[in-house]
Ligand binder design. Structure first.
Ligand SMILES: Nc1ncnc2c1ncn2[C@@H]1O[C@H](COP(=O)(O)OP(=O)(O)OP(=O)(O)O)[C@@H](O)[C@H]1O
Ligand SMILES: O=P(O)(O)OC[C@H]1O[C@H](OP(=O)(O)OP(=O)(O)O)[C@H](O)[C@@H]1O
Ligand SMILES: [Mg+2]
Length: 285
């Protein structure tokens, strides 16, 4: 039986969360960090530990079948590669920044200027869309230092919290794209491998839905139940069970992680007591 070859970043910002999601979907690997390739236990998968920047080419060539990779890298050099799942971690954006003191009002202000970047294709197409001609300096790291050492007038790089820009006296002036870690697949995939991938995707979706949701339990007097149930959406509808104490019920439901504080305020205002909120490991709809 063939195995699905999945690439993950060997070390760096994506590694830990990538390994965690594999673990959460039941793909366990021993001593992963010391190897470049490892077989999973209990699932027909081989994990390849690679540089994030090398993965698009491996996918194109069919050397690996799937990968967990930053969307920004696929946009830069992954044309023809399909994203099948957004994974919700390593969120960042690719931005243009200029020195704080520089005058800047529009992208055309960069006409004829020098831009340092590790994302030449992304910058090129953004400049072309806006009819701007500039000189690109391709560097592989520490891009933010380029204006301070006189190498460039502007930079294009990844921004997350903005603290690297701040420390280097730069200001963000254009957001070219937003990115997060994704599951991407090679265009060359046999039917047998596609079936393994479908299983993996189903499991990932269950884990991601669980991460986005909370399980909520509460007690309520029966005369307040109607209002409380209206606040709680639930997967189908909330579960209502009688408590040992007469006239009271226990209500169970699932709520979105993003809105649970607002929901709790509303539940309290409507007479809910003893509210418990628990994490959900997996959610299969
Ligand atoms: N500050 C950040 N915050 C959130 N996500 C980030 C940040 N920096 C990078 N990323 C995301 O993580 C990915 C990997 O970044 P990292 O710096 O670990 O590796 P790299 O040097 O770009 O790649 P390689 O593995 O080829 O050495 C990036 O492509 C991007 O998607
Ligand atoms: O907006 P921030 O939260 O400051 O994050 C942005 C920085 O993070 C990344 O670098 P990283 O730390 O991965 O170092 P690297 O250049 O060695 O990859 C990116 O290249 C930026 O420099
Ligand atoms: Mg980095």
């Amino acid at each position: 039986m063939s195995k699905l070859r999945i690439a993950v970043q060997k070390s760096g910002r994506l590694n830990e969360d990538s390994m965690q999601i594999l673990k959460d979907i039941g793909i366990y690997i021993d001593n992963g960090k010391d190897q470049l390739k490892a077989s999973a236990k209990g699932f027909p998968v081989e994990v390849f530990y690679l540089r994030n920047g090398d993965i698009p080419q491996y996918l194109k060539d069919g050397v690996v079948d799937a990968a967990i990779i930053g969307e920004n890298v696929l946009i830069e050099k992954g044309n023809g590669i399909t994203i099948v799942e957004k994974l919700g971690f390593s969120t960042c954006r690719v931005c243009i920044a200029v020195p704080k003191a520089a005058k800047y009002s529009k992208i055309q202000d960069l006409e004829g200027k020098r831009i340092a970047t590790s994302y030449p294709n992304t910058v090129k197409s953004y400049l072309e869309e806006n009819g701007v001609k500039a000189n690109l300096h391709i560097i592989n790291g520490s891009v933010e230092i380029a204006p301070n050492i006189g190498l460039a007038d502007a930079i294009c790089d990844i921004v997350s919290s903005g603290s690297t820009l701040f420390k280097n006296n730069l200001k963000e002036v254009e957001t070219i794209l937003k990115s997060e870690a994704v599951l991407a697949v090679s265009p060359i995939l046999s039917a047998e491998k596609q079936a393994i991938l479908d299983k993996i995707q189903f499991r990932i979706q269950s884990v991601l839905k669980g991460r986005q949701s909370k399980y909520i339990l509460l007690n309520a007097p029966n005369d307040k139940l109607e209002k409380i149930i209206n606040v709680l959406p639930g997967m189908k509808s909330p579960t209502v069970l009688p408590l040992a104490e007469k006239g009271w019920s226990s209500v169970h439901s699932v709520i979105s992680k993003n809105e649970f504080w607002d929901v709790i305020d509303e539940l309290k205002a409507n007479g809910a007591q003893g509210i418990l909120v628990c994490p959900i490991e997996k959610m299969v709809l």
